[in-house]
Design a protein around this ligand. Sequence first.
Ligand SMILES: *Cc1c(COP(=O)(O)O)cnc(C)c1O
Length: 351
Amino acid sequence: MSRFLNENLKGLKEYTPGEQPQDKKYIKLNTNESPYPPSKEVVEAVNENEVKDLRLYCDPECSKLKSALAKLYNVKTENVFLSNGSDDILNFSFLAFGQNGVAFADITYGFYSVFADLYSLEKEIIPLNDDFTLNKQAFMNKNKLTVIANPNAPTGITLSLNEIEKIVESNKQNVVLIDEAYVDFGGESAISLTEKYDNLLCVGTFSKSRSMAGARLGFAIANKEIIADLEKIKYSTNPYNINRLTQVAGLAAVKSNNYFMENCKKIIKTREYTAKTLKELNFEVLDSKSNFLFAKHKSLGGKEFYLSLKEKGVLVRHFETERIKDFVRITIGSFEEMQVFLDKTKEILGE
Ligand SMILES: *Cc1c(COP(=O)(O)O)cnc(C)c1O
């Protein structure tokens, strides 16, 4: 830390991303990436001509991509916001809508707390129930920005559309942000409710179900006034925040949406197989509707399991947080990768 850093930032505890080791090749089951590459349409779209055009600024409105997404989700372009990853949209949302404070679960995406701290927002941290489900009553009538990951991370547990609607309905005085990073793996999107509720903000990403974590593309769908607020912040920080190649890749990805949704089906199938096998090996496995499992062994500690796997070339994610320190979060890779993970797990357990 330099002696020049602003006072209000000195205590800020930044987000810790999952490891992205560059030293050796791991089976990477730690940051919820897709095991499948983007569609061939995406690969072809990012061609020589597009690279040559990098000398030009990109379209700050992302018009083509925005229209395609609007069509895909059956909304108007005025209801769509695009940004450099959904983390960017969360950042903007906390800045734009957080003045009365922000409510979120104790066990959820770690970035919510960081953004709240970055803007010195008051945090109301609502404990999940003992079984790691969301305490729905506690998310009603908040009068402050209310943020829910659905499905939740790192638990994978989901709320139904009906449950989301009740929460949105009771929070007319504030924005309810539903982070749908994992919704394509078996959750129910709340996008259809954005027409009815002007306080609902749905946030999505191309990083997980659409195999484009490295491209950095996130989107939000909401009432046009909320979208205009987010645009105001984007145009006050970095109007060109989605680069040319990502816009082109994103458009191709929307056009080949079926390919990605087929991949999700494969991942769901692999998830169910992996969960069943882990349970047979004496793991408690939470009911996941995402592309990861959150699991805890009857006797092996979370950190020990994580370290043993790492030694054997398999990376999973472990969190030091007290309530979940016995768990590890395992991204669902290809069937073959999960077979290796399960074999290594059996070795570690001495089976
Ligand atoms: C991965 C993830 C994000 C961030 O996605 P990017 O679009 O890659 O920034 C947001 N929310 C949750 C819950 C996530 O797991």
